[in-house]
Design a protein around this ligand. Structure first.
Ligand code: AMP
Ligand code: MG
Length: 419
């Protein structure tokens, strides 16, 4: 049995970063930039006003004070989006709104609050300046956000809302990013019934397909649902073949001791087995290998195949540990590790057989310290434990027991890898 680290290293050695695609900026959120972005404009394009007020020559305000306002003749008004045709000459001012380009001749803006604006009714044709301003005051300089000709983003950057906004401020409609992996999902089991159908005696609904597909979406992949395969080789191969255009295949079930041979035999016949079973709990019966497929160009291609255990909790936990980093790697992401925190555990956990245990826990911060308490029964069929949990407490292989008050590491399920 190999360790969690060995299993992950092996899986990632079969995973490559995917090619790129060009798409509308809003659709690129969460993806990795596949080009360097240069700016061919200044942002903002022109010097403009940071305030509503009057564009003036600062030397005209030298002797201004509330006691002796300095009167200037108002010769124009300039709004954002237009340019004044007038020039501010000595003794004159131009009324200006936030974002409007600074008129010729002016070197500063006096905000309304520093004029006698409030005392004036209607358009008096002049304004009284109440204080001295320095050249440059209340002016946002052309290019102060982005300078023309500069590199704004280098490839490898993860697109977040701020990057989308900056791309828009440069006028980009499309952006080149690493494409999202298509991950085929196949559930196995004679006992499974598709959701929406009635439940005959002895059967259960197929939940794994949906928890796994939801995880694929959460981490940036595109799920391709292949449905349910009955527990025989023919059925499994027939369904798997429908997923051979995917970037990765995930099956659930058919890997525990009883029906071990189905997925193993199919992997062996249709591809190659890399490993079986990992020293962890839940999730020991994990299979990984490659299935022979064909690429778009018609050449032979090996598709990574992750055979997750059928138990609903095991399927989700092994997904977090192995499928999630694989998807992130295909997406071109650099940070593949879920953040962990040190916490005080509030329950006892016994480790009987030297595996690494991942228990579902509710993590809370109290008085600057994280505490982790178990969600309740930890059976690998108790999927509601995953809905309660925000963390997985990690009990190392060589720890036979932790008791309430012990320090543990907890993998934070809702924290972002970039955090
Ligand atoms: P297996 O790994 O196929 O032996 O399955 C282990 C346990 O998980 C069994 O109790 C199965 O009924 C259950 N199981 C397997 N696949 C699914 C699924 N897609 N949805 C819900 N439960 C499943
Ligand atoms: Mg089964």
């Amino acid at each position: 049995m190999i360790s969690v680290e060995e299993a992950l290293e092996k899986i990632l050695s079969y995973i490559d970063v995917l090619g790129d695609e060009e798409k509308p900026i809003l659709d690129s959120i969460g993806q990795v930039l596949a080009e360097d972005i240069y700016s061919d404009i200044n942002v903002p394009p022109l010097d403009n006003s940071a305030m509503d007020g009057y564009a003036v020559r600062s030397e005209d305000t030298r002797n201004a004070s509330p006691q002796s306002p300095h009167l200037l003749r108002v010769i124009d008004t300039v709004m954002p989006g237009s340019i004044s045709r007038h020039e501010v000459e000595p003794g004159t001012a131009i009324r200006i709104m936030t974002g409007a380009p600074i008129p010729k001749g002016a070197d500063s803006v006096v905000r309304f609050e520093d004029t006698d604006e409030a005392q004036r009714e209607g358009d008096s044709g002049e304004t009284g300046i109440l204080c001295k301003v320095e050249a440059g005051l209340n002016i946002r300089r052309a290019g102060e956000d982005i300078t023309q000709g500069s590199t704004v983003f280098s490839q490898g950057v993860v697109i977040r809302p701020a990057e989308v906004g900056v791309l828009a401020s440069l006028g980009h409609r499309l952006v080149k990013v690493i494409r999202r992996p298509i991950v085929a999902v196949l559930a196995t089991g004679d006992e499974l019934v598709e959701i929406g159908k009635s439940l005959p005696p002895g059967k259960i609904y197929n939940s794994n397909t949906y928890s796994v597909a939801a995880l694929i979406l959460r981490y940036g992949g595109i799920p391709k649902i292949l449905g349910i395969a009955l527990d025989n080789e023919g059925a499994l191969v027939a369904r798997l073949r429908q997923g051979l255009d995917a970037d990765m295949l995930i099956t659930t079930g058919g890997v525990s001791m009883g029906d071990y041979d189905i997925v193993k035999d199919v992997l062996a016949k249709e591809g190659k087995i890399a490993f079986w079973t990992v020293r962890m709990k839940p999730g020991k019966p994990l299979a990984f290998g490659t299935i022979k497929g064909t690429s778009e160009a018609g050449t032979a291609r090996n598709i990574p195949h992750l055979g997750l255990p059928g138990n609903p909790v095991s399927a989700m936990v092994t997904f977090e540990l192995f499928a999630r980093p694989a998807i992130l790697k295909m997406l071109g992401k650099k940070h593949l590790v879920k953040p962990t925190v040190a916490a005080v555990i509030e329950n006892q956990v016994i480790n009987t057989d030297g595996r690494r245990i991942f228990t579902r826990a509710i993590v809370e911060k109290r008085g600057g310290q994280y505490f982790a308490r178990l969600t309740g029964p930890q059976g690998s069929g108790i999927l509601t434990s995953m809905t309660l949990a925000n963390g997985l407490v990690i009990i190392p292989e060589d720890t036979t027991r932790v008791v309430a008050g012990d320090a543990v590491q907890v993998m934070m399920l809702n924290w972002n890898e970039e955090a």
